[in-house]
Design a protein around this ligand. Structure first.
Ligand code: PEP
Ligand code: MN
Length: 358
C-alpha cells in the first residue's frame, strides 16, 4: 500500500477538520466539505487536553463511530489525537487511519513511551507535535521512541511554543526549532499547524505563507461549520469557504534547490552572504576580547560584571540603529541579549581565572 505520508508531491499535504468533534452531524458535514476539496487527512479531537477541568473536554469514545461513518461515506482518511494507551487501543480497534501526539503529551517522555508501547508493531502513520516548550531534543526523543517501537511512517507537526508572556501569537513559531528539526530528520514530513500557532483567524494566511516559504511539506488548519460557536478554539477556526480562500491565496514554490544552484545571481549573493557571516563571527570575537579587557579592569577595581545602566544604553542605541536599517525590534533585542550574555560569560571567565591564580 502506498504510504499516506508522501513527501514528494508538489502541493502541500493538508490536514483539516474541527478542533473538537462536537456532534455526528458536524463531523459528517465537515468530512463531506473537506473530502470534496481534496484534503489529505480529516482531523478531529475526541479527548481535549484543556487547561482547566470545567471546560469542554471532548465527546470521547462516542466520536470514534462518527469518524468511522464519515470515513466510510466520503473515503477521507481520519486522524485523532491520542494521549494514553486507552486512546490508542480504541483508535486501532475502530480503524482510525492516523494518530497524532499532542504538544502536552510530547513534552512528557513517560506518556510518549506509553503510547509507543501501545503502538508497537502497528502499521499506521503517527504525527508528533512539538512539545509545548522549545526543546529540540525532547521532540527528537519522542520521534526516537516511536522509531524504536517500529513505527515507520512518522510525521512532525510544528504548532509553536507556549510562553508566559505571549506576543501576537498564541504559540510563538520560533521557526529556528523546526528548521533545526528538519536538518536532523530531513526524510520526515514536516507539517505546520498554523491554527495553534496563530490562535486567531486573521493571522493564519501570513503564517501559512511563511511555512510554505520555509519549505514545510504541509499545513494543519482547523475548520468548523460555525467557528464563532465552536466549543473549543473558536477564535482560530475557519469555515470551509475561508479555508478555500486561504489555500487559493497561497504561493507554492515548487522549484527544487538544484534549479537555484545554477543561478548566477543567487550564487553571487550567497558568496557575499557567506563572506559577511565570516566577518560577523570575526567581529564578535573582537567584541568579546574587548569585553574581557573590561572584565579585567572591573576585577581590579572590584566592580560587578553586570552594569544594568550601561546595558540599557547599549540596547537603546542598538534599537535606534536597527530601526533605521529596517530590522525588527524583537530581532535586535534577541541578538543583543545573546551577545550580552556571551560578554558576561567572557568577563566571568577572566575574573575566575584571576581568582584561581591568586
Ligand atoms: C489540537 O490539535 O487539537 C491540539 C490540542 O493541539 P496541541 O496539542 O498542538 O495544543
Ligand atoms: Mn484546537
Amino acid at each position: 500500500m502506498a504510504p499516506i505520508l508522501d513527501k514528494k508531491t508538489d502541493r502541500p499535504f493538508i490536514i483539516s477538520g474541527p478542533c473538537s468533534a462536537e456532534s455526528r452531524e458536524q463531523i459528517l458535514h465537515m468530512a463531506r466539505e473537506l473530502s470534496s476539496r481534496g484534503v489529505d487527512l480529516f482531523r478531529a479531537g475526541l479527548w481535549k487536553p484543556r487547561t482547566r477541568p470545567h471546560l469542554f473536554e471532548g465527546v470521547g469514545e462516542e466520536g470514534l463511530d462518527w469518524l468511522v461513518e464519515a470515513k466510510e461515506e466520503t473515503g477521507i482518511r481520519v486522524a485523532i489525537e491520542v494521549a494514553n494507551t486507552r486512546h490508542v487501543e480504541l483508535a486501532l480497534e475502530k480503524g482510525i487511519d492516523t494518530v497524532w501526539i499532542g504538544a502536552r503529551t510530547s513534552a512528557n517522555p513517560f506518556s510518549v513511551q506509553e503510547i509507543a508501547d501501545a503502538l508497537r508493531g502497528v502499521k499506521i502513520p503517527v504525527f508528533i507535535k512539538n512539545p509545548i516548550n522549545p526543546d529540540l531534543r525532547l521532540w527528537m526523543g519522542a520521534v526516537e521512541r516511536m522509531r524504536h517501537a517500529g513505527i515507520e511512517e512518522l510525521g512532525l507537526i510544528h504548532r509553536g511554543f507556549s510562553f508566559f508572556n505571549t506576543d501576537k501569537y498564541r504559540n510563538s513559531p520560533l521557526w529556528q526549532i523546526p528548521i533545526d528539526m528538519r536538518a536532523e530528520m530531513p526524510e520526515v514530513m514536516m507539517i505546520c499547524d498554523v491554527s495553534h500557532i496563530c490562535g486567531q483567524r486573521n493571522l493564519l494566511q501570513d503564517v501559512a505563507q511563511a511555512a510554505m516559504d520555509l519549505g514545510f511539506d504541509g499545513l494543519m488548519i482547523e475548520t468548523h461549520p460555525d467557528p464563532e460557536n465552536a466549543k473549543t478554539d473558536s477564535a482560530q477556526q475557519i469555515t470551509p469557504s475561508d479555508f478555500d480562500r486561504l489555500l487559493s491565496s497561497l504561493v507554492i514554490r515548487t522549484e527544487s534547490v538544484s534549479a537555484l544552484s545554477d543561478h548566477k545571481e543567487v550564487n553571487d549573493l550567497r558568496r557575499q552572504i557567506d563572506a559577511l557571516d565570516e566577518d560577523l563571527v570575526e567581529l564578535l570575537g573582537v567584541r568579546m576580547q574587548l569585553a574581557e579587557r573590561i572584565g579585567d579592569i572591573k576585577d581590579q577595581y572590584s566592580i560587578p560584571v553586570l552594569q544594568p545602566a550601561r546595558w540599557q544604553a547599549v540596547l537603546k542605541k542598538a534599537r535606534l540603529n536597527a530601526q533605521k536599517k529596517g530590522l525588527s525590534a524583537d530581532f535586535i533585542e534577541e541578538l543583543f541579549k545573546a551577545m550580552h550574555q556571551e560578554s558576561i560569560h567572557h568577563q566571568l571567565l577572566v575574573m575566575n581565572s584571576r581568582v584561581e591564580t591568586k
